[in-house]
Design a binder for this molecule. Structure first.
Ligand code: NAP
Ligand code: GDD
Length: 320
C-alpha cells in the first residue's frame, strides 16, 4: 500500500516541489485547496492528474478534520500560511489567524482524527529577526520583527508544545529563505529576476526596490523540501535549521541577476521608500549542521546557480 501524505499550501512554491518529491517516492499525495472564485493551479498543473485535491482552509477546523477523515494520511506537511512579510503589517490579524492559529487547528484536527499522524510545521528564519547570535541554529533565541515573524513563533512553539503535551510526532523545520522560478512575484528574488527579464525584453526600464542592504541566506526550494520529507522519516521528532550557511545582500542579488542578462543594475534599479518595512530583519545566516549530521541533508544549488536559473526561466517565459 502506498503511503499517504497531505500537504496544506500545495498550490504554493514549496507545496508544488514537495508534491513532486513525494510522488517520486511513491506516495499517494493529497492537497488542501481553499475555495476561490478563480482557480490558480499554475505550479501544480503539470502533476494535477496525480494529486487528489480536497477543499479546506486553515481558518476552519471542521474542514481540516473532514479532510483528514477523507484521506487518512500518515504524514501531514503544514505549508499553508499568509507568507509575505510586508503584507503582515497590513493584515496582522489575518496573518495571526492563518500563520499562527491555523497551526493549532491542524494539530487539534490531527489529535481528533489520528494522533499517530506525523506532522511537519513550516517554521521560518524570520523568527530570528533581530538576531541574537550569528549564525543562527536551533538553540538561537527568537526576536521576531514583523507580525508574520510573531505568528511563526507561535506556530513553532505550539508544535513543540503539542509534541511534548500529547506525544505527537511533530517536527518543525526552521527554513531560511528559499527561492525558485516558482517563487511569488512579490518576493525580492523573483521580483528582481522577473524585472530583469522585462527590462531585457524592452518592456520596462526601471525596477523599484526598498532596502538594498538587507542580507539573506538564500537557497533553492527544491533542495529544501527534501529536508521536510527527511524530518518525518526520523523515529524521533525534533526541530531543524535548514540553510546554506552563506548570505548575500539584496544589492549583490541585483548585481548577479542583471549581470546574468548582460545588464548593469545601477542603470535600472530605483530606490522606492514604498518597499521599506516598518521594522527590518537586517541579516540572516543559518547553521544547518544538525540537519547535515542527522538527516544527511545537503543543498545542491548555490546562490549564483539559483539566481541564474531564475533569470533564465523568466527570460524564457517572456520569449515563448
Ligand atoms: P507561498 O508560495 O506563499 O504558498 C502559501 C500557500 O498557503 C498557498 O498554497 C496558499 O494558498 C496557502 N494558504 C494561504 N492561506 C491559507 C488558508 N487560510 N488555508 C489554506 N491554505 C492557505 O509560500 P511558500 O514560499 O511555498 O512557503 C511555504 C511555507 O513555508 C509557508 O508557511 C511559509 O511561511 C514558510 N516558509 C517559507 C520560506 C521561503 O523562503 N519560501 C521560508 C521559511 C518558511 P492559495 O494558493 O490559495 O493562496
Ligand atoms: N519583497 C521585497 N520587495 N523585498 C525587498 C524589496 C522589494 O522591493 N526591496 C528590498 N527588499 C528586502 C526586504 O526588505 C527584505 O529585507 C529582503 O529584501 C527579503 O524580502 P522578501 O523576499 O520579501 O523575503 P523575507 O525575507 O521578508 O521573507 C521570506 O523569507 C522568510 C524566511 O526568512 C518569506 O518567504 C517568508 O515567508 C519566509 O518565512
Amino acid at each position: 500500500m502506498a503511503k499517504r501524505a497531505l500537504i496544506t499550501g500545495i498550490t504554493g512554491q514549496d507545496g508544488s516541489y514537495l508534491a513532486e518529491l513525494l510522488l517520486s517516492e511513491g506516495y499517494q499525495v493529497f492537497g488542501v485547496v481553499r475555495r476561490s472564485s478563480s482557480q490558480h493551479f499554475e505550479r501544480i498543473g503539470h502533476i494535477q492528474d496525480q494529486l487528489t485535491l480536497l477543499s479546506g482552509d486553515l481558518m476552519d477546523e471542521v474542514s481540516l478534520i473532514n479532510v483528514l477523515r477523507e484521506c487518512r494520511p500518515q504524514e501531514v506537511y503544514n505549508l499553508a500560511a499568509q507568507s509575505f512579510v510586508q503584507t503582515s503589517w497590513l493584515q496582522p490579524v489575518l496573518t495571526g489567524e492563518t500563520t499562527a492559529l491555523g497551526v493549532t487547528r491542524m494539530l487539534d484536527a490531527i489529535r481528533t482524527v489520528d494522533p499517530s499522524i506525523r506532522f511537519y510545521q513550516a517554521s521560518s528564519s524570520e523568527m530570528f529577526g533581530r538576531v541574537k547570535s550569528v549564525p543562527q541554529n536551533e538553540e538561537t533565541d527568537f526576536y521576531p520583527r514583523s507580525p508574520y515573524g510573531v505568528a511563526k513563533v507561535y506556530g513553532h512553539w505550539i508544535t513543540v508544545n503539542y509534541r511534548e503535551s500529547y506525544q505527537l510526532h511533530a517536527s518543525s523545520g526552521i527554513l531560511f529563505n528559499h527561492e525558485s522560478p516558482r517563487r511569488g512575484l512579490e518576493f525580492v528574488t523573483r521580483k528582481v529576476t522577473h524585472g530583469v527579464a522585462r527590462i531585457q525584453a524592452g518592456l520596462d526600464t526601471q525596477l523599484r526596490l526598498g532596502n538594498l542592504d538587507a542580507q539573506r541566506d538564500w537557497g533553492y526550494a527544491a533542495d529544501y523540501v527534501k529536508a521536510m520529507y527527511l524530518m518525518l522519516q526520523r523515529d524521533e521528532p525534533t526541530d531543524y535549521v535548514i540553510a546554506t550557511g552563506i548570505s548575500h545582500s539584496v544589492r549583490e542579488l541585483c548585481e548577479v541577476a542583471f549581470g546574468a542578462a548582460g545588464l548593469h543594475w545601477e542603470d535600472h534599479v530605483v530606490l522606492d521608500p514604498a518597499f521599506l518595512r516598518p521594522a527590518e530583519v537586517d541579516h540572516l545566516i543559518g547553521d544547518a549542521a544538525k540537519a547535515q549530521q542527522e538527516l544527511g541533508w545537503r543543498c545542491e544549488v548555490d546562490f549564483y546557480g539559483l539566481i541564474e536559473m531564475m533569470v533564465a526561466a523568466d527570460i524564457a517565459a517572456l520569449t515563448t
